[in-house]
Design a protein around this ligand. Sequence first.
Ligand code: ATP
Length: 541
Amino acid sequence: MEMEQLVALCKRRGFIFQSSEIYGGLNGFWDYGPLGVELKRNVREAWWRDMVAGHNELVAPPGAPAPYEMTGLDCSIIMHPQVWKCSGHYDLFHDFMVDCRETKGRYRHDQVQGRWVEYRGQRIFVTAEAAGSDGLEETLQKALKFFNVRGKNAVELKWDGPLVSLATVKDTSNALAPAAKQLGTFTDPREFNLMFKTIAGALGTEADAVFLRPETAQGIFVNFKNVLDSTRVKIPFGIAQIGKSFRNEITPRNFTFRSREFEQMEIEFFCHPATSPDWYRYWRDRRYKWYLDLGLSGDRLRLRDHDKEELSHYSCGTADIEYAFPFLSPGEFGELEGVAHRGDFDLRSHAEGKLVHADANDSSSPLVVEQDAEGKPKYRGSGKDLSYFDDQARERFLPHVIEPSAGADRATLAFLCEAYSEDEAPDENGKPAKRVVLRFHPRLAPYKAAVFPLVKKEGMPEIAQEIYAALKPHFPVFYDEKAAVGRRYRRQDEIGTPFCVTVDGQTLQDGSVTLRDRDTLKQWRVKKEDCLTEIGGRLRS
Ligand code: ATP
């Protein structure tokens, strides 16, 4: 499948539109249309049900070291600025960008790719917009054009090898920027904080500056004590949150994959340091399986453990769950979710300074903040003790955290990409013709069924409307009496509706209707009163 086909389908059928489209759009922002909002809601609801609401805290799920509890939060998007100073986002959450003086193009420094080429003594770095083999071809064509080489002389071009990042190029005076005609048009890389800044309050001074959250996780950490004090949760337990996050990405691209406003589904799972490696493995495998169970195929989905060098200093394990999106080159994968062992880094940072036991020989004694020689707190946290007291073991400790952090928009996009397929099916005249079908998992499909009268007469619409009314309280159903029935089937296939019910001539005689399966195209008859049990049962299976 070409990505353009999916993007066109998303617009045509109301899944995803560009934000503010009538004003020319806004780069990095997207709107979900009538079908998209249902699809994304189903993704979020599947996640919440499977991770939180449907979780049975009395028994350990397969692979889990012990039973555990799950609870939720919905925190504000704008938080105290100190949260971001403490989390490291204020100082460290940045990318480097470069501009092209000739084309005015702006790029993330590490994402510009290119390769070195030499021709008759001149060596230049040719960049490409595309990645992988397409990028190699692009650089070849650009180099031929730049050196004005034709025919046999092309053998004199000498290449240094594969595409490498612009970040590896120290002096860019010999670099040819994407779409540029001259050399050396890149500016020096500049640091750029990814947090959106705004003002809270009427004065509008720098002192009122606040930030839109770049992740939902921090809201959970700063409420850790509130959750402990207001519920009876005991470690091990997880706090889940779904909500919008904002990052001023330098080069938003690949449809909704890299947006500036997006939604995250995050869990912070708090456990005892001694068992945290086991919990980390549990969550990594559990989250990977979640995507498989909802229909992503094993050869396009992978679990990639980070190398030792990639790990943060506090982490003893991080894995990315990645999907082979169609806009990537063959063999490349894009991140859907990161599952990280974060140690006690976050709670420790939000507490003030290093916490040490008041009595070094008593592990149940309160944890107190470490101070410097002048008696001032060593760090910039909240000054609150964020430790946990296990009253059975009489032990006080800072919990370790496992963080499965997923993107609702990236998951939705992966489910759309996976669902898209083309095959052949009989058209309205019974002749084989190309069919576009979204093979969504039934839990994700915006509509679960569609009901049609074969023709708009002989009492068929009335019976179809009765069936529609009987199904509607149980799941989303679509009613359609316009156009030939073959066309109506096609329209439902294209939006991924698993089942169609048709009221036809035989219904008038024996009360049975035709049921049609989106994937197998099989048709069979059931009594009209049995539609709910028949479809309901198949949706659950
Ligand atoms: P990337 O390396 O792709 O920028 P990241 O490693 O910075 O992602 P995290 O900070 O781990 O991402 O965020 C967790 C999840 O949030 C990601 O796995 C992704 O699903 C989602 N996410 C992050 N940035 C974006 C974005 N700009 N647009 C859409 N989803 C995003």
